[in-house]
Design a protein around this ligand. Structure first.
Ligand code: NAP
Length: 307
């Protein structure tokens, strides 16, 4: 365990890839770790990305690969190892994997977040083929179609409002008879002519073969089941940041997100949070890559001040 890196980057989603590109150009002695074979993070699951400036109509997989290939050209390729823990020993941080314990002066945490899933039949099979976890990413594909949004929080109501401007009909499926979303959003929703709210209702199964043709739902009070004919199912039942192993190291908010601003500086000196796992108003590829860059600049500044 003698080698000491300037920087360890954990994660190879857009934030981690961007951090690797900036670290290479900054000539930092960097180790990059990613647990999965594929780089690109959550974006690789998106059928088409049409909101990344300069690259219209690219598939999420292609965008992830293009980013990874850019990093590769700069000599940056992640080592495939699953990080088990990060230990903060002051000026030295120890990143443990199953096989190794690495030392570094700084660490960029870019482990991302995962959308909470429902675990119902058809959900996984039709993911990217009508089942989506991101209305702003995929909503444009449902012009004049019928869509269902599952959830009762701010994200679900914002998604329903967003889709109401694109779709012919939107159904909001909520398991209780009261929304969790902010009042102002509820008022906007109520003013929407083409959104129907199905209270006390849970999704049971997503129907379809290669594309979504309907959502089977059940009223939890009457136990009555029905098939809703929809082309898209948007699941907005919360996201879970990948911070379980990191919470002891720094401040997180009530939802588990690492508290950090635009500079990605956390409450633990030398540890930086980039991408979807930090507190921020918009979680998309475009904000994740900005974080990767900002986190490297902050790490460089920290290294200068603590050398
Ligand atoms: P959330 O607030 O946790 O809401 C998740 C919703 O999904 C809840 O209504 C919950 O129902 C429902 N749900 C959870 N598990 C379910 C299941 N297995 N089956 C059916 N329904 C299920 O998540 P979020 O809307 O993604 O928001 C996350 C955080 O970001 C919140 O703090 C939110 O306020 C914030 N946010 C803010 C804004 C904004 O201010 N503009 C926008 C988006 C998000 P119950 O209500 O019955 O628990």
């Amino acid at each position: 365990m003698s080698e000491i890196y300037d920087l360890i980057i954990i994660g190879a989603g857009p934030a981690g890839i961007s951090a690797a590109i900036y670290a290479s150009r900054a000539r930092l002695h960097t180790l990059w770790l990613e647990k999965k074979f594929a780089q690109g993070g959550q974006v690789v699951n998106t059928y088409e990305v049409d909101n990344y400036p300069g690259i219209p109509e690219i598939s999420g997989m292609e965008l992830g690969e293009a980013m990874a290939s850019h990093a590769d050209k700069l000599g940056m390729c992640p080592v495939k190892e699953n990080v088990l823990s990060v230990e903060d020993e002051g000026k030295i941080k120890i990143v443990r994997t199953k096989k190794n314990a690495y030392q570094s002066r700084t660490v960029i945490l870019a482990l991302g977040a995962e959308h909470r899933t429902l675990g119902i039949p058809g959900e996984e099979e039709l993911s990217g083929m009508g089942v989506s976890y991101c209305a702003t990413c995929d909503g444009a594909f449902y012009k004049d179609a019928a869509a269902a949004v599952v959830g009762g929080g701010n994200t679900a109501v914002e998604d329903a409002l967003f889709l109401s401007r694109i779709c012919r009909k939107v159904y909001l499926i909520h398991r209780r008879e009261e929304l969790r979303a902010d009042r102002i959003l509820q008022e906007r929703l109520n003013a929407c002519g083409n959104v129907g709210i199905l209270w006390n209702t849970v999704p049971v199964a997503v129907e379809g073969q290669d594309e979504v043709t309907g959502l089977k739902i059940r009223n939890v009070k009457t136990e009555e089941e029905q098939l809703l004919p929809v082309d898209g199912v948007f699941i907005a039942v919360g996201v879970v940041p990948n911070t379980e192993k990191l919470k002891e190291l720094m401040d997180t908010d009530e939802n588990g997100y690492i508290i950090a601003g635009e500079d990605c500086v956390t409450t633990a000196p030398g540890l930086f949070a980039a991408g979807d796992l930090r507190t921020k108003p918009l979680r998309q590829v475009v904000t994740a890559v900005a974080d990767g860059a900002c986190a490297v600049i902050s790490a460089q500044r920290y290294l200068l001040q603590n050398s």
